[in-house]
Design a binder for this molecule. Structure first.
Ligand code: SME
Length: 137
């Protein structure tokens, strides 16, 4: 472990690695609770820039996970009424909360241009990724 690498660098490398190596991961990013505000703020990400750098709790898939503390797998984004579209090419989404000492402090958010691509294996894998990230936060 290289102690000189910043947390943001490590998060950025994680996003880049996931996007480059998993075919159905087309946008990979971290959102974190923004201080004392009831909103999420975009952190490091890989993929197209998004306008949604701030997401209020309860809004969209990400905002819902901020309050539910549960994984949210969306096989078809068109079937969701509480959804924030970042790109018209996106077909599916998965959001996995990130816990530090049992507290939901943010999430990893992945968009896919492939319809219904996410399985239980993605959930278990991304839970593991988040648990590893939690150790460096
Ligand atoms: N689709 C998300 C918004 C974030 S973008 O996917 C990067 C949502 O509905 O919360």
């Amino acid at each position: 472990k290289d102690a000189s690498k910043s947390t943001d660098t490590r998060l950025q490398e994680t996003c880049d690695l996931l996007k480059a190596n998993v075919k159905h991961y087309d946008w990979v990013g971290f959102y974190f609770k923004n201080g004392d505000k009831n909103e999420l703020k975009l952190g490091p990400y890989a993929g197209e820039p998004t306008d949604h750098t701030i997401i209020p709790f309860g809004k969209g898939i990400c905002g819902q996970v901020a309050v539910s503390n549960q994984n949210f797998v969306v096989p078809d984004v068109k079937a969701q009424d509480n959804y924030i579209a970042c790109s018209i090419t996106v077909k599916a989404e998965i959001v996995i909360p990130l816990f530090v000492n049992g507290e939901n402090i943010g999430q990893i958010d992945i968009d896919s241009n492939t319809p219904d691509p996410f399985t239980k294996a993605d959930e278990r894998f991304l839970e593991f990724v988040n648990a590893e990230i939690a150790k460096i936060l």
